[in-house]
Design a protein around this ligand. Structure first.
Ligand code: ZN
Length: 114
């Protein structure tokens, strides 16, 4: 898919890889490749990438925010009750600054992901 199209989608509500793949009709692995490529370019265009990490709903284990796909199992408690990471892009003139939200500990802003 076109990167411009992907960027437009991500400027709205946070989306999962599955949701993006379904709406454009492509494989999830292709979407992950598209996203990684997009992340490398958008930071030079005044955008920041916001990834809500996957979270274990059983023990609250927080997964690495650079993982874009839904993890199959929690490494801490082996539960498969795990949320899917959600991805969003927002305009951000002060790129290069890492922000961690105080309200949501699992909301990470990644300056140079993956
Ligand atoms: Zn767990």
């Amino acid at each position: 898919m076109y990167r411009k199209e992907l960027l437009a989608m991500l400027l709205g509500d946070p989306l999962t890889v599955k949701e993006i793949s379904r709406s454009v009709g492509q494989k999830e692995t292709t979407t992950v490749d598209d996203l990684k490529h997009l992340f490398k370019t958008v930071k030079h265009q005044g955008y920041k990438v916001i990834i809500e990490s996957a979270l274990c709903k059983k023990c609250a284990f927080e997964f690495d925010a650079t993982k874009l796909n839904k993890p199959s199992r929690c490494p801490a408690c082996r539960s498969s009750w795990v949320t899917e990471p959600r991805i969003k892009v927002a305009p951000y003139p002060d790129r290069g600054v890492l922000v961690r939200s105080g309200d949501r500990s699992n909301l990470n802003t990644i300056d140079h992901p993956i």
